[in-house]
Design a protein around this ligand. Sequence first.
Ligand code: GLP
Length: 231
Amino acid sequence: MKIIVDSRENIDKIVADAVAEFVSEKPDARLAFAAGNTTHGIYSELSKTEVDFKNTEVFNICDYIGLAANDDKSCANILNSVLYSKLGIEKIHSPKSENDEEAEKYDEEIAEAGGIDLMLLGIGLNGHIGFNEPATLYDTRTHIARITDNTKRMKSELFGGEENVPEFGVTMGLKTICNAKNVLLVAYGEEKADIIHKLVYGKTSTYVPAAMLQMHMSFTLYLDEAAASKI
Ligand code: GLP
């Protein structure tokens, strides 16, 4: 695990440059991006790049179940608005959410494309990545997940109240995520300091799903000073 600590402004630029550099060297890269607020500054920087992203292919990591296809709160529509449309990315894959059997086929879709080359994650306050909430088993593939109250509290602003956050989401599993060749994870702010401590020093228990990344061969953690204040 590589850890890079700098100001939020600098991390936004550093991560955007790292993604752009990766694609300049691999124009047909398969990519996956988190839709949470943490990464939007990175996407704003990345949208300025001269690098051509039109031959890349993106795989959405997770989404809420039950939103209308045009709902601007869905992860797919957020990413399309803040990133894909800005970079001219058109090859976009999303997991199916009718049931676990359909959802699991997403792993085959990813494998058939050659696997994910680079994934950019955020982290939930309870250590979730995607919608892999605490106690998700390590070897899970893409599946339907119940969204915890902790996560609903995190997303209450986006949905105008906890009670409006969907009960379920569909998400790449921990195994799906850990199969990505390169994983970057970004966290900002004091509120993430505790979970970052658990990610870095905690047991690789499923009670902190992101801690599974300690075992990943190419994992880089990007933090601002506040999120790094307890490591
Ligand atoms: C959400 C998403 C994750 C995201 C995390 C952190 O639940 N499913 O993909 O990384 O929460 O979000 P934020 O960056 O807004 O703190």
